[in-house]
Write a protein that binds this ligand. Structure first.
Ligand code: ZN
Length: 443
């Protein structure tokens, strides 16, 4: 194996044709294993009239029905197993904030492979033997802590498993032990950097930090710059889902133009969330994942509800594995209008830049008699007096239309302004108020 630029050069730079041949071989194996050993998959595939023998090429993947969180949750607790439980040596589970948690079971080989993909990622962002990694992800049922831990150990770096919280001790650990790399959520990294600064510690000059690996939540570019400025590191984006053992699924290389997804381990598709049909390379859609190497838990065509895109283009780093774009949001929070994915939060952001606009708006989506989608906006003004300023309102209307066209790629058919407090209040209170302002009248 390695150890120049790549952790596992043979796999990481494997020509696409060879990589896809490997994907097909592993896909056939896992589908067969799931069909033969798992009642849920057997019923699902029998019902769809598809048999493992029908998978002859990667495009045959579309013959297999999707699975999603609800289905997997119904199989709780042991329903997704494809090996006897006696062969599993570790279990993790999603946090279960929106219902029963989803467990994932790993055999010895699953754990070895998990360490391998995490070692690849850590090597890719510059970690080497001799480095000290402070791991401030949770060590528990969710997988963040353990994934990076196993990967760093395999690579030969030293791990300090601080786990989450205890900011004071995190800062002291960074300083006292000469920590060179950290991983944690981006929001916590920013918090930690600010706390250090408040104590007069300039991590950029006084610590040995150089690398940071961040994930588990979407973070805008502005947060990346802020973290890099506060901690004096290069920050990399990482993506994983607990259902697939989490960390080790996708990570940025030095080019930082999307996250490489390990195609020998995961097969990622990008679909139109409404039709379920694949979208072209580079186009936005919902990610669907298949775990090719798993022995314990089978995840075949799992709809993630994450919006992103998949691109197989050549990367300057020389790795051949496809890249996914940063996760933009969840399909639950988005609406598809005329084939384009629109987040009510995008409209909220746009309106927020106009001081004349109040805090509330309504986004209506309709379909006309020719079957074409369109949307209209009803927007509260900040003051009653503005309702009489016709000239200002038409200027405002033009500016908002222009901005929406630039950001979303669609023009609203109509924008109307209403008095403050004229629209129903949004009471969801769960931080997703923007999507609660959407009214889809097409159904
Ligand atoms: Zn790359």
């Amino acid at each position: 194996m390695s150890q120049g630029k790549y952790w596992n050069e043979e796999i990481e730079t494997m020509p696409r044709e060879k990589l896809q041949a490997l994907q097909l071989k592993r896909l056939k194996e896992v589908v067969k294993k799931a069909y033969e050993n798992n009642r849920f998959y057997r019923l699902l595939y029998d019902e769809a009239g598809v048999h493992p023998e029908d998978i002859k090429s990667l495009s045959d993947l579309s013959k297999l029905p999707f699975i999603q969180k609800d289905t997997v949750r119904d199989a709780y607790p042991y329903g997704m197993l494809i090996s006897p439980i006696e062969q599993c040596v570790e279990m993790h589970a999603t946090s279960g904030t929106t219902g029963k948690s989803v467990p994932v079971f790993a055999t010895r080989r699953d754990l070895d492979h998990w360490a391998e993909v995490n070692a690849r990622e850590l090597w890719m962002v510059g970690l080497r033997p001799g480095d000290i990694l402070q791991n401030a992800y949770g060590y528990g049922l969710p997988t963040g802590g353990f994934g990076f831990h196993y990967g760093a150990m395999k690579l030969g770096a030293m791990v300090i498993p601080t786990g989450t919280g205890q900011t004071q001790r995190q800062i002291e650990t960074i300083m006292d032990y000469g920590v060179t790399a950290i991983c944690m959520t981006p929001s916590y990294a920013q918090y930690l950097g600010q706390k250090a600064l408040e104590q007069g510690i300039d991590l950029t000059k006084q610590s040995k930090l150089k690398i940071g690996l961040f994930g588990a939540e979407p973070w805008p570019l502005a947060t990346r710059y802020k973290i890099e400025e506060l901690l004096g590191i290069t920050a990399y984006d990482e993506f994983g889902m607990t259902e697939f053992l989490g960390p080790g699924m996708s990570c940025e290389c030095e080019a930082r133009q999307g996250m490489h997804t390990w195609a020998d381990t995961f097969l990622v598709e990008c679909i139109n969330p409404e039709t379920g049909q694949p979208v072209p390379d580079g186009q936005e859609g919902e990610l669907v994942w298949t775990w090719l190497t798993s022995e314990g838990t089978a995840m075949i065509r799992y709809r993630s509800r994450d919006l992103s895109s998949v691109c197989w283009e050549d990367c300057p780093c020389g790795r051949t594995h496809p890249k996914i774009a940063p996760i933009k949001g969840r399909t639950d929070d988005a609406v598809v209008i005329g084939g384009l994915i629109v987040f009510p939060s995008q409209i909220e952001d746009i309106l927020g830049s106009f001081p004349e606009i109040g805090a509330n708006f309504r986004l209506y989506v309709d379909r006309n008699v020719r079957g074409l989608d369109y949307f209209t906006l009803s927007i509260e003004l900040k003051e009653y007096g503005l309702l009489e300023k016709g000239e200002l309102l038409s200027l405002l209307q033009r500016c908002i239309r222009e901005k929406i066209k630039n950001v979303i790629g669609l023009l609203p058919q109509n924008i109307s302004f209403v008095a403050p407090d004229a629209l129903p209040r949004v009471t969801s209170g769960e931080g997703k108020t923007a999507s609660a302002r959407l009214e889809d009248r097409r159904k």
